[in-house]
Design a binder for this molecule. Structure first.
Ligand code: PMV
Length: 363
C-alpha cells in the first residue's frame, strides 16, 4: 500500500519530447456519500460508489517539451472543450496542476493541450468534475509512465486515483470499477483516505450489472458548489454523528453485497441519499436542493415498489436529479414505469440510461 510520499518521484529514467494520449473516465454514483472533508481533500468519512459506464469524459492530452529557459515560467496549457477553447474551465485546471505539481515534477517542462468532451449533455446537472479529473489524471500518469517505464500497474492506477482526488474528491472513485471504496474503513482491507480502491470482497450476482437511470429534473447550474457544500460540515451540529453513521452504513453494505439482500440495500441507499440532503437542510447557511419534481419522483418510486414488489430505489447527488437504481433482471419493467410515470417530472423529458461499469479506459 502506497503513502503520499511514495507518489513523489525522485528521478526519471527516460525522456520524451512530445506525443499525446487519450483516456475516457466514467462518472460514479455514491451509495454511502462523501460529504465533509479535511485539508488536502481528505474525506471526513469513507464512501462507496458504483462506477458508471455511459456517462463519461473523454480527454486527449497533447504535450511538447518547452525550451529549457521557459520551463520554470509556470504551467503552460490550452484547454479545449468539444474542440473549442474554453477559458472558464482554465482556473480549475490551473488549480489542479498546482495541487499535483509536487507529485508530477515534470509539469512545468511541457506545454499541454487538453482537449475534453463529455458523453452526457452539457449542463445536464450531471457533475463532470469526477469523470473530468479522473480522465486528466490518467493522461498525466501515461506521461509519467513514459518517463518511468518500470512503473507497476498498481502504482499507475493508485497514483492516478490519488491525483484525481486532489482535483475533485469523488473523482478518485472514477478510475476503477465496478464498486469502489474511498476512505479508511476498519473492516475493508486496503481502504485508504488517499485514493479509491476496488471493493475487495464478494459481490452477489444480484448486484452485477446494476442499472442506474438518471432523471434530469433540473439542469441548471449547481446551487451549492461542492467546495461550499463540504464546508457546511464544519461546525455542523450533526457532523460527528453523521460521519459515524457513514462507517456503520458501509459495514452494512459489506454484508449486503455478500448476501445479496436487495431490501436491505434499498434501506441503506435511500437513507444515505436523504441524509445527505438532511445535512444540507440543517447546516448554516441551509439549502434545499431537491425540487418539487424530485419529491414527486421519490413518492412515485415508493408507490410503485409497494404495489409491484419490484426492488427499485433512488439515490441523489447534491442536486435535484434522481438516480433510479435497479437490478438488471427487472430492467424492462422499470424502464416502462419510468417512461409511463416518471418522465413527466423530467426537464424536457430527459433521462440517461446507465449501468455499472469498469472504470477508465485508454483509447
Ligand atoms: O467530489 P466532490 O467534492 O464534488 O463531492 C461529491 C459529493 C457528493 O457527490 C454529494 C457525494 C459523493 O460521495 O459523490
Amino acid at each position: 500500500m502506497y503513502s503520499a510520499a511514495d507518489f513523489i518521484p525522485t528521478s526519471y529514467t527516460s525522456t520524451i519530447e512530445n506525443g499525446n494520449f487519450e483516456w475516457s473516465a466514467p462518472s460514479n454514483i455514491a451509495l454511502v456519500k462523501y460529504w465533509g472533508k479535511k485539508d488536502n481533500q481528505i474525506p471526513a468519512n469513507p464512501s462507496i460508489s458504483f462506477t458508471l459506464n455511459n456517462c463519461k469524459t473523454i480527454t486527449k492530452l497533447a504535450f511538447s517539451k518547452k525550451d529549457t529557459s521557459a520551463s520554470t515560467n509556470g504551467f503552460s496549457f490550452d484547454l479545449l472543450f468539444e474542440g473549442k477553447p474554453k477559458e472558464d474551465f482554465k482556473p480549475k485546471i490551473q488549480k489542479f496542476l498546482e495541487r499535483v505539481e509536487a507529485y508530477l515534477p515534470f509539469l512545468k517542462d511541457y506545454h499541454f493541450t487538453i482537449d475534453t468532451q463529455n458523453t452526457f449533455p452539457h449542463s445536464s446537472g450531471i457533475a463532470s468534475s469526477a469523470s473530468g479529473m479522473a480522465a486528466l489524471a490518467m493522461n498525466f500518469m501515461s506521461l509519467e509512465k513514459k518517463l518511468n517505464p518500470e512503473m507497476t500497474e498498481d502504482y499507475f492506477y493508485q497514483k492516478a486515483s490519488f491525483l484525481a482526488r486532489l482535483g475533485s474528491g469523488s473523482a478518485c472513485r472514477s478510475v476503477k470499477g465496478n464498486v469502489v471504496v474511498w476512505g479508511n474503513q476498519a473492516n475493508i482491507e486496503g481502504s485508504t483516505d488517499l485514493f479509491g480502491v476496488e471493493f475487495p470482497y464478494t459481490i452477489h450476482e444480484n448486484f452485477k450489472n446494476y442499472q442506474d437511470t438518471i432523471l434530469l429534473v433540473d439542469k441548471g447550474e449547481k446551487q451549492v458548489s461542492s467546495t461550499v457544500g463540504h464546508d457546511l460540515m464544519h461546525n455542523h451540529p450533526y457532523a460527528e454523528r453523521r460521519f459515524a453513521q457513514a462507517h456503520e452504513n458501509l459495514d452494512k453494505l459489506i454484508a449486503i453485497f455478500e448476501n445479496g439482500n436487495i431490501d436491505e440495500f434499498i434501506k441503506v441507499i435511500e437513507s444515505e441519499a436523504l441524509t445527505l440532503h438532511a445535512m444540507m437542510m440543517t447546516s448554516m447557511p441551509y439549502f434545499i436542493l431537491m425540487k418539487p419534481n424530485t419529491l414527486q419522483i421519490i413518492n412515485a418510486i415508493w408507490k410503485f415498489r409497494n404495489e409491484t414488489q419490484i426492488p427499485v430505489c433512488f439515490t441523489l447527488d447534491a442536486g435535484a436529479n434522481v438516480h433510479v437504481l435497479y437490478p438488471e433482471n427487472v430492467a424492462a419493467k422499470v424502464r416502462q414505469f419510468i417512461q409511463d410515470e416518471l418522465v413527466v417530472f423530467c426537464q424536457n423529458s430527459q433521462y440517461i440510461c446507465d449501468e455499472i461499469g469498469n472504470g477508465a479506459i485508454a483509447l
